[in-house]
Design a binder for this molecule. Structure first.
Ligand code: GTP
Ligand code: MG
Ligand code: ZN
Length: 371
């Protein structure tokens, strides 16, 4: 199927109108044409991944939802589609389609896989905005909030902080101000999803076709917020544990839901422990206040420990900057540097293995040529 951007303005509602509702743009149409032009024999159509669980996918196509799995070629290459991805699948009516191509991602929300492995896990793709959802109960933790913000900054999407359970907090306004202090330049909202309070700024943010992902700990109230914005029980929700307010990992798959107003919301399972996947520079925006101070320190390589003329320490002394924020910045910087080193090692190991295979092949060819 030849699919170019002029098709987007087609009046035929059975054609691309529904894809446009799911965020399909002329850029996507162009990359779809590029990607599929080298496979002329196969009639392909664009589709968006709206559900993923154990390599089983549901895709939105111009003629509705279809079920899909991954073509062997993609699996062998280790490339897996995630919710939010635009993909190419056969334009057929089969019961189960095989995903043939993944279109280049505009943004990718990633973290390091849990455990020791130095490997990226893409959580969601082609996300415009990420709501970092945090409950104003035992879940409220500014250091974890900073971590989530760095994760979003590294993705290329716009972060927004949504503090839920405002009805459970004695001073939600104070909590919101404290959160704002660690999120310079980021919108911070406090809401009660159960009572339906404070949701207006969120609703107005969710423009038709805009993709928003929800991330946060288990029990933060991501699915409850989604249900409230949908005015329907789309996702299951589950009570948090007494004592520590931790959730029970109620949501176990990722899903993209279209809201009545046209916005697109991706619900995710709760993140147990945010391990970053990014680079040192990804700290710059989240720690904009601190980095601005640091650039005015007398020494360019100031460590902000006890050096004379240190603007960071001066700001802490004057009560303009919390020391905890400096500690947090150091911790995250150390973690990202460590990750960069591990990634270099992993890349050189991969290169060694590639060379190893190459030499083996050469040896085998030599042997075969010997009389
Ligand atoms: N009081 C109050 N409770 C809320 C609010 N939002 C969510 N909850 C409750 O918090 C609990 C957890 O909510 P969920 O929406 O399941 O949390 P989640 O973030 O989706 O959790 P996982 O799916 O495990 O990641 C449920 O009992 C909700 O009723 C709120 O604004 N106020
Ligand atoms: Mg949930
Ligand atoms: Zn300094």
């Amino acid at each position: 199927m030849n699919f170019d951007s002029s098709d987007i303005s087609s009046d035929d509602p059975s054609d691309t109108a529904s894809l446009r509702d799911f965020g399909f743009s002329s850029d996507h149409a162009d990359s779809f044409s590029d990607l599929t032009s080298h496979r002329p024999g196969l009639a392909l159509q664009p589709a968006r991944v709206v559900f993923e669980s154990n390599e089983y996918y549901r895709l939105m196509t111009s003629s509705g939802e279809v079920k899909a799995r991954l073509a062997g070629r993609l699996r062998q290459g280790g490339t897996f589609p995630v919710v939010g991805d635009w993909v190419a699948v056969p334009a057929s009516q089969e019961h189960l389609l095989l995903v043939q191509e993944i279109l280049p991602r505009k943004t990718r929300l990633s973290r390091k896989v849990p455990g020791e492995k130095t490997q990226e896990q893409v959580v969601a793709a082609n996300v415009d905005t990420v709501f970092v959802v945090m409950g104003l109960d035992g879940d409220y933790n500014l250091r974890r909030l900073e971590r989530f913000l760095v994760m979003v900054q590294a993705s290329g999407a716009q972060p927004v902080v949504v503090l839920t359970k405002a009805d459970l907090h004695q001073d939600p306004i104070g909590a919101r101000l404290d959160a704002q202090a660690v999120a310079p330049g980021v919108a911070v909202w406090a809401v009660s999803s159960t009572q339906g309070e404070g949701l207006e700024p969120i609703r107005s943010q969710l423009a038709p076709g805009l993709t928003v992902a929800l991330i946060g700990s288990s029990g933060a109230g991501k699915s409850t917020l989604l249900n409230r914005l949908c005015n329907a029980e789309v996702m299951l929700t589950g009570a948090v544990r007494d004592g520590d307010d931790r959730g029970r990992h109620t949501t176990t798959h990722r899903q993209l839901v279209r809201l009545p107003g046209g916005g697109l919301l991706i619900d995710n399972p709760g993140i147990r422990e945010v391990q970053l996947w990014g680079e040192g520079e990804d700290l710059a925006e989240t720690f904009d206040d601190l980095e601005a101070l640091a650039s005015a320190c007398r020494f360019r390589d100031c460590q902000h420990r006890d050096e004379p003329g240190c603007e960071v320490l001066a700001a802490i002394d004057q009560g303009l900057l919390k020391e905890a924020r400096l500690v947090s910045w150091r911790t995250l910087q150390k973690e990202l540097r460590h990750l960069e080193r591990r990634r270099d090692v992993a890349a050189s190991r991969q290169e060694d293995r590639r060379l190893g295979r190459f030499y083996k092949r050469v040896q085998a060819q030599k042997k075969a040529r010997r009389p």
